[in-house]
Design a protein. Sequence first.
Length: 454
Amino acid sequence: MTTTRTTKQWQEADSKHFLHPFTDHQALAAKGARIVERAQGVYVWDTDGNKILDAMSGLWCVNVGYGQRELIDAATRQLETLPFYNAFFNTSTPPAIELAELLTEVAPEGFRHFFFSSSGSESNDTNVRMVRRYWDLIGQPQRQVIIGRNNGYHGSTMAGASLSGMSGMHAQGGLPIPNIVHVEQPHWYELGRDMTPEAFGLKAAQTLEAKILEIGADKVAAFIGEPVQGAGGVIVPPSTYWPEIQRICRKHGILLISDEVICGFGRTGHWFGCQTFGVQPDLITFAKGVTSGYVPLGGVMVGERVAKVLIEQGGDFNHGYTYSGHPVACAVAVANIRLIQRLKLVEHVRDDVGPYLASRFEELRDHPLVGDTQTCGLMGAVQMVKDKASGTPFDGDLAVGMICRAHCFANGLVMRAVGDRMIVAPPLVITRAEIDELVTKARKCLDLTLADVK
Ligand code: PLP
């Protein structure tokens, strides 16, 4: 243990001074935070010395796992050489240039230009400004509306939270901002079990076309979606969904933004989720996995259609952040991408641990609490239901997901609960033996949850 205070002392100081994201502080003060103080590989340790399998990669980000020496050395070297310089006013830095160059190797075909930020939320704010600037420049300034999806997640800034389709977020702070609307999510188990997944995928996608026609295609700037909805509960769309979205966007000339903050950098078994689903977006949002979360970095990959107009006709794009192209973050991203390449982690997910997680999750379907499981690469979900045969959900007030999450923590496993859906996204370096440990612990926690609720 490396801690300098007792857990209780950390908890007291924490609840006195630290306002946490997405947290009820009364509830937190009553329980005390779990204080995580170190990590290695796929495990974290708390201040009581408990070793916990981190099946959420921190917050969907630690793709290469914890403690990777190359990333630590890259950050240290860059901090010693040049801890900061900006990219405004005709200046640049070697790490930012190297990162942009390296991204051309791993980005989907046609992506040759990259704008940097420090987070996914900022990157989606950039997207809103960039697509509106694009339409302005080509003489269609009335194209202002951006269409997202119910239960999508695109961040927590004013634009990010507006693009997100989370009612709990919209209820606070007067959101969404104008000209952002939402359509149906492709959540077959919740919304479409009266038809085949394929038929439902088409139906869900066609809500986009209906919305475009309602608004008028000449007013719509872009559609944004996550290839697999992450924060919404690891909702893997039916195979028919994305091709239909692509068709509709093309038919109406609308820009397609693939928000790959979670799906990017190997998570789905390809470098990017749009490749897993065979879609060619115009813009790609990235963050998290680009540095494996070791330092903050995000950005937008800008496809040729938009880049050409911005560069050749745009003049100044009056937009940017102090930390756009931060040299330490970019140096870590370069080391991280080279490590993903060297360890062949994308192939590891696609050919080995992704299919293995899928088969082990399918085994959980025999559990009395489990109505459905889904996986895509190294993302997985276990849907808990009150009645397995009919798929009837539990009463929300029972907070069954929270009960299960607490059992997971107490038994050395981080799984997240979205409603009654337990989700995982472990580091891409995870082994089959570690997946066995994950699934064994998950089953035990399902048993404990069942004993509590039945
Ligand atoms: N977009 C997606 C798909 C995300 O999952 C997230 C965060 O989880 C964001 C955007 C926001 O990223 P950040 O929290 O880095 O601002």
